[in-house]
Write a protein that binds this ligand. Structure first.
Ligand code: SAH
Length: 236
């Protein structure tokens, strides 16, 4: 067989492979919103609208794009994961965000959760401990037009220069509530974080600060997250 024939066979084969177009992703996204979110307990119209808009497939590695709207988390490199869509929606709804709220996210990862918060009208600040992920997410968010400020650093310390925040979302599993984050919560503010003694027994916990600065917490849902790293310890 001549090289020409081999090349044209390869071309034909690649054309025959199913490749999703923009409308396939949009349809998968609408199905995700109705079947995985609205059909469960996600009722906040801003969360449903934001997740119906943000192109989740552009936040995952190219070979996983067609799985981006499935009902589970996906790897994003560096041993980290993008959360299942339902968990992103659940956390966004739990902190009851209003347009204009100043919101801090700990664990930027792919930038998807940050984009959803920005699409809900929040002013978003996000801290990521792995510098490569911080750079990638920051560039991706800028390219897609989301105004999110990303900082590489230890999220246990929060973002003191921008505090206080109306809401804080921690997207990595904490063993105890980081005290600096409670400090950086505005009176009347809410924080949600996966909290537990180990990865097998974490619960999404809502921490609320009342107008007088009193703090209360409530467990909402059993979950499993990648760990919140202690930036003071060397990374393994
Ligand atoms: N919210 C992300 C998913 C987060 S996965 C998304 O939408 O894609 C958890 C992320 O938390 C990982 O990227 C991990 O590197 C980061 N992380 C872990 N410990 C951290 C810490 N102490 N400070 C900031 N980020 C941390």
């Amino acid at each position: 067989m001549s090289l020409r024939v081999i090349l044209s066979c390869a071309l034909l084969l690649s054309l025959a492979l199913p490749v999703w177009g923009a409308e396939d992703y949009a349809a998968a996204r609408q199905r995700m919103v109705s079947e995985q979110l609205a059909a469960r307990d996600i009722k906040d119209p801003r969360v449903l609208a934001a997740m119906g808009q943000v192109p989740r497939h552009l936040f995952v590695p190219p070979d996983l794009r067609e799985k981006a709207y499935a009902d589970h988390p996906l790897p994003i490199g560096q041993g980290q994961t993008i959360s299942q869509p339902y968990i992103v929606a659940f956390m966004s709804q739990a902190v009851a965000i209003k347009p204009g709220d100043k919101v801090l996210e700990i664990g930027t990862g792919s930038g998807y959760q940050a984009a959803v918060l920005a699409a809900m009208g929040a002013e978003v600040y996000s801290v990521e401990i792995i510098p490569e992920l911080a750079v990638q997410a920051s560039e991706r968010l800028k390219r897609l037009g989301y105004k999110v400020r990303v900082m590489a650093g230890d999220g246990n310390l929060g973002w003191p220069g921008e505090a206080p925040f109306a809401a804080i979302l921690v997207t990595a599993g904490a063993r105890k509530i980081p005290p600096k984050l409670v400090e950086q919560l505005k009176p009347g503010g809410r924080m949600i974080l996966p909290l537990g003694p180990d990865v097998w027994s974490e619960e999404l916990t809502l921490v609320s600060k009342d107008a007088q600065g009193g703090v209360s917490k409530r467990s909402l849902l059993a979950v499993r997250f990648v760990p919140l790293v202690d930036g003071a310890q060397p990374r393994k």
